[in-house]
Design a binder for this molecule. Sequence first.
Ligand SMILES: CC(C)(COP(=O)(O)OP(=O)(O)OC[C@H]1O[C@@H](n2cnc3c(N)ncnc32)[C@H](O)[C@@H]1OP(=O)(O)O)[C@@H](O)C(=O)NCCC(=O)NCCS
Length: 391
Amino acid sequence: MLKECVIVDGVRTPNGRAHAEKGWFRKRTPDELLTAVYDALFERNKAVNPEEVEAVFIGCANQIGMQNDIGRLAWLAGGYPEDIPTNTINQQCPSGMSAIEHAARAIRCGEGEIFVAGGVEDMLNVKMGMGMEPPMRLYERYNPMELPMGPTAEKVAEKWNVSVEDMIEVAYYSHKNAAAARDAGKFAHEIVPVEGHTEEGEKFMVDRDQWIRDNISREQMAGMPTPFKENGVITAAFSSPLTQGACALLLMERGKADELGLSYHLRYRAGVMAGCDPTVMGIGPLNAVSKLFKRYNLTADDIDVVELNEAFASQALACLRELGLEENAPFKKTNLWGGALALGHPLGESGARIVITLNNVMKYERPEAKLGLASLCGGFGNGNATLWEKV
Ligand SMILES: CC(C)(COP(=O)(O)OP(=O)(O)OC[C@H]1O[C@@H](n2cnc3c(N)ncnc32)[C@H](O)[C@@H]1OP(=O)(O)O)[C@@H](O)C(=O)NCCC(=O)NCCS
C-alpha cells in the first residue's frame, strides 16, 4: 500500500528584482539564497536533524555557472552533512515542482521518510537562456523565432483570443492581491528575511517581495511597449519579471511526522506532467491539468483553490478558461495572494513556491478547502500539475 506524503513546512526568500543596480539581492549569489532557506527550514523544525534527511531535490532551470549543481553546492557550502545526497533537477520552469514530485513519489513508495524539495533561480547572475545551445536540427522542426518565451506568449494570446483588456485585469489583481496579502502579513508564514541591499546600497533585512507595484494603474498598463512583437499585445506588465529567489519544503511520510510531533495541513494526491507544442509552451498547464482531471475523474468544480503560475497573463488566462477554473480576473479561487506577474518568477523555483503558497492559502485563507491544485508551464513545451488534499 502506498504511504502518504505530507507538507510539514515550506519557506522561501523574498523575491528580488534581478537588476544590477536596483535589485535588493544584487550582491547575493544563488547558493546563498538557497542555503538561507535550508537554514530556515531546520531552524523552524528543530525536531528534524539534517542527518536524517533521505535526500534533497532542488529545481533550477539554468544549471550553468553559479547554478551548476546548485542543490549540492549550496548544501555543502551551508555546512550540511556530506552523506546526505542531493539532486539538482531541470524541467525548465516546472523544475521546482518536479523536485517535489521526486520526493513525494519516493515517500509514497517507501523509499525514505524525510525529504527536502525546493527550487532556486538567480536571473541576474545566471541570465535566462545563458549558455544554451539548442541543436540545429530543432530548427528544422520549429521556427527559431517562435521558441523564445515572449513570442510564445504572443501566440497564445492570439490563438486563445486573450485581449489586452483581459490581461490588464489579470495583472491589476495580481498586484492588488499580492499587496493586500503582504500588508496583512500573510507572507510571514512563508517568507524568511534575508540580508540584501537597498537601491542606495545600505544593508537591510529583506522581508518582502520587490516586484509588487503598490501604484498599479490600468491606464498606465494600456499603453506600454510590446518588446516581443511589433504591434503585439504582451508588455512587461503582462510578463513575469526577471527575479532572484529560492524556496524549500520539508516533505515527510505522515507517520514519521506524527512520530516527531510535527503538524501538517496537506497531503500529496497526485502529480502529472504533460508536453505541448513548444511554440505555445504557456498552454502546458492546460494539458497537464486536463490529464490529471481525466486520470482522477475530477472536474474544475472539485478544485477549491488553485495556484497557477503567471508566466504571462495570456497563458495563465487561456489555461484557466479552457479548464473551466476561471473566466476573468478577479479570480474566485486562483492566485488569491497574487501571482508571478506581481510576486516574480525565479524560473526553476516557482513550481515549488506555488505549492508553498497553496499550502498557506488553504490553511489560513480558505481553511474549509479540501482540494488544491498547483500548475505551471515550462519552456520548450512542458506542463506540470500537482494535486493536494487537506488531511
Ligand atoms: C518583459 C521583459 C522583457 C521586461 O524586462 P525589462 O525591460 O528589463 O524591464 P522591467 O520589468 O523593468 O519593465 C520595463 C518597464 O515597464 C514598466 N512596467 C513593468 N510592469 C509594469 C506595470 N505593471 N505597470 C506599469 N509599468 C510597468 C517598468 O517600470 C519599466 O519601466 P521603467 O524602466 O521606467 O522602470 C522581462 O520582464 C521578461 O523577459 N519577462 C519574461 C521572463 C520570462 O520569459 N520568464 C519565463 C516565463 S516561461
